[in-house]
Design a protein around this ligand. Structure first.
Ligand code: S3P
Length: 432
């Protein structure tokens, strides 16, 4: 088995890091540009496996995708109604965002599409998107009673109908899929969520001249005739990638890190609130907006942390950061109690299980898994150990930070960081 050994960071992490492009925004930049009819120049695109799955997907639907460098590309579509039937099965790889958003875009199209993905994506629930799209008129077939990959979409009979969908989960992927299908529907489409999820779709649609209306946790889209592509999209850095350095800087004595160009869209900044609440020394500097999204530089320095408690309400704002927040909790004084995190069971792996089983190898007895959350006892003894990534990028990176802050770790199957942060291990080395 492939392994990677991370040594203890004895004298802290220091330096400046350019945070790679936001994964959620990179996906949307290529998808939406491929629905326009004029070239869009995209910069600071996240050159990682998930976003490359989306780029390949849009190419197979007839869009022109030309890379000028790893992180810079020009995407030219054939208009909102110009997608072509793909010749082959579309492979979403490991990416739930690619699959779920594409289902929303493709369900209203007059051609057949079949999707596949990797082993992880085959286990994940797709009924949450298939169900509302079917209510709008889509014809979608999937394994296990229309719940799982492989999935085939055939042309709908008659027109797509707008509707109001009360989503049982706060999920930007579900919200986005339904809103994107709503662009092609007759009448308005509204998605109501239990709590507001990330709003990158709504913000980027605005840049394409498509207006959505927000009222509380509801978002409404009207049928779209004109889809005007902007000339440029600049992708801000990904706070979910910055999260590893925010935690590393906060818990490794002697650390002082400057994170450059971090996206600070308020629907994504839950980790800043939680770390500050734990007593972290975090400064948000040079706040600015680029392409409808807020960005800033963030300085983080070591400080003593205390345990904390948070739940369902903040969850959509830090959903992908739970594994690394759990690392912070191990180094805090006292207990941290996380509730309302059941969605973590259906991510790239069951992350509540992964955190419980693997973190306890390095911090015996410190993590108690709950049905929908975690209890983490801070300040327990940390030991060197080997731990498994489950091929989940966020588990691998969190283990690396745990090892660097603790007594070292050997990560089994470490290469999955390529899903969202290919330079992660190299950056960690450079900061020592
Ligand atoms: C994403 C939404 C979130 C998040 C995922 C990216 C997106 O998933 O976990 O990494 O780009 O819309 P859910 O919508 O399933 O919560």
């Amino acid at each position: 088995m492939d392994t990677k050994t991370i040594a203890k960071a004895v004298s802290g992490l220091k330096g400046e890091i350019q945070i790679p492009g936001d994964k959620s925004i990179s996906h949307r930049s290529v998808m939406f540009s491929a629905l326009g009819s004029t070239p869009v120049h995209i910069t600071n695109f996240l050159h990682a496996q998930d976003c490359m799955s989306t780029a390949a997907c849009m190419q197979s639907l007839g869009a022109k995708v030309e890379f000028l460098s790893d992180t810079e590309l020009i995407v030219t579509g054939n208009g909102l109604h110009g997608l072509k039937e793909p010749d082959m099965i579309i492979d979403a790889g490991n990416s739930g965002t690619t699959l779920r958003l594409m289902m929303g875009i493709l369900a209203p199209q007059p051609f057949l599409t079949t999707f596949t993905g990797d082993a992880s994506l085959h286990k994940r629930p797709m009924g949450r998107v298939i169900k509302p799209l079917s209510q709008m008129g889509a014809k979608i077939f999937g394994r296990q009673q229309n719940q799982k990959l492989p999935i085939t979409i055939v042309p709908a009979e008659g027109r797509f109908q707008g509707m109001t969908y009360n989503s049982p989960v706060a999920s930007a992927q579900v919200k986005s899929a339904v809103l994107l299908a709503g662009m092609y529907a007759e009448g308005d489409t509204t998605v109501v969520e239990p709590f507001t999820s990330r709003d990158h779709t709504e913000r980027m649609l605005e840049a394409f001249g498509v207006h959505t209306e927000k009222q509380g946790t509801a978002v409404t889209i009207h049928p779209v005739d004109e889809f005007r592509a902007p000339k440029e999209i600049e992708v801000p850095g990904d706070i979910s990638s910055a999260a590893y350095w925010l935690v590393a800087g906060a818990i490794i004595p002697g650390s002082d890190l400057m994170l450059r160009n971090v996206g600070v869209n308020p629907t994504r900044t839950g980790i800043l609130d939680v770390l500050k609440d734990m007593g972290a020394d975090i400064e948000v500097l040079n706040e600015r907006t680029s392409g409808g999204e807020a960005a800033a530089d963030i300085r983080v320095r070591y400080s003593r942390l205390q345990g904390t408690r948070f739940g369902a309400e903040i969850m959509p704002r830090l959903i992908d950061e739970i594994p690394v927040i759990a690392v912070a909790a191990l180094f805090a004084e006292g207990d941290t109690v996380i509730t309302g995190a059941g969605e973590l069971r259906v991510k790239e792996t069951d992350r509540l299980q992964a955190i419980t089983d693997q973190f306890n190898k390095l911090a015996p007895g410190a993590v108690e898994g709950q049905e929908d959350g975690l209890i983490i006892h801070g300040g327990r003894k940390i030991e060197p150990a080997a731990a498994f990534s489950y091929d989940d990028h966020r588990i691998a990176m969190s283990l690396a930070i745990l090892g660097a802050a603790g007594e070292g770790v050997t990560i089994e199957r470490p290469e999955c960081v390529n899903i969202s942060y290919p330079a992660f291990y190299q950056t960690l080395e450079e900061l020592r």
